[in-house]
Design a protein around this ligand. Structure first.
Ligand code: GLU
Length: 279
């Protein structure tokens, strides 16, 4: 089977060193395996994504010396695909409408307490109809209880990690989708949630290896469940360590000085950055 991997940034800001490291890691893995490298723009969240960042991603990665297959898949152009996947889950009774706001869910939670994963249930039909009639906003949530029943439990749900999770998790990993609660698959303002689009596209694009930062290790647990429910293949996961800045903290989009465009504007050559990052 041909090795296929991808770099899948969200255009919510400029790429920084951490992104460069991740993209170079995936690109190198594809080259080493004689495989394919894809770029996918994950721009489903119209409230946060901007086309100016999208264009900058292509420019910055080109500057970095990367090449990828075209056309580039842009998730915002395929929303109907994702809605169709939600409809499949809906037809099987795996999702339900949740009318609760974040505020309502968090009632009683002290400010220092982390938000507990939300687990709910569908409303009685008459109450749901009444709320829909009033035009109340709702989110589609995946029901862990229904998923558990459909799969006969999560015991056999595993994935292969050939990199490592943040605590050194490697090898065959038992998925723990329950730690996330009943995740939101679609909302009014953001029609599709990240997990669903990722799982859909990785399968559609024949991705065999998901290579990305360890900050997304927990996402694999949820994505594995969605693969099982949608009858999609599970890629091999290879999470890599996060690049740390001089202050020992990971790079983030808010560290403006470390964006690739800032480095470039400051006169840094792409070769120098690649060498810095170990490529
Ligand atoms: N779009 C996600 C992000 O920018 C990454 C998705 C993935 O690699 O699975 O954080």
């Amino acid at each position: 089977m041909t090795f296929v991997t991808r770099f899948a940034p969200s255009p919510t800001g400029y790429l920084h060193r951490g992104h460069a490291f991740s993209a170079l890691t995936a690109h190198r893995a594809a080259l080493d395996a004689g495989g394919r490298f894809l770029l996918r723009i994950e721009d489903i969240d119209a409230t946060r994504c901007r086309s100016e960042y999208d264009a900058a991603i292509l420019e910055d990665l080109t500057w970095l010396g990367l090449a990828w297959e075209t056309p580039v898949r842009r998730q915002s152009e395929h929303l109907t695909d994702y809605h169709a996947a939600i409809d499949v889950l809906r037809a099987r009774g795996l999702v339900y409408r949740c009318f609760k706001t974040r505020k309502e869910i968090d009632i009683g939670r002290a400010p220092h307490e982390p938000a507990a994963p939300y687990v709910g249930a569908p409303l009685p039909a008459d109450e749901e109809d009444a709320r829909l009639g009033r035009g109340e906003a709702f989110a589609w949530r995946l029901s862990l209880a229904a998923a558990r029943a459909a799969l006969g439990g999560f015991e056999t749900l595993t994935f292969v990690e050939d990199g490592a999770g943040p605590d050194g998790e490697t090898g065959v990993i038992k998925a723990r989708p329950e730690t996330a609660g009943d995740i939101v698959l679609a909302r009014k303002d953001v029609g599709v949630a990240y997990h669903l689009a990722v799982v859909h596209d990785d399968a559609l694009q024949g991705v065999t290896h998901v290579i990305r930062g360890q900050d997304l290790f927990e996402a694999a647990h949820i994505q594995r469940l969605l693969q099982a429910l949608l009858d999609l293949p599970t890629p091999t996961y290879r999470h890599h360590g996060l690049l740390l800045g001089p202050d020992g903290k990971r790079y983030a989009k808010r560290d403006k000085a470390e964006t690739l465009r800032e480095l470039r504007a400051a006169g840094m050559a792409a070769e120098a950055l690649r060498a810095d990052l170990g490529f």
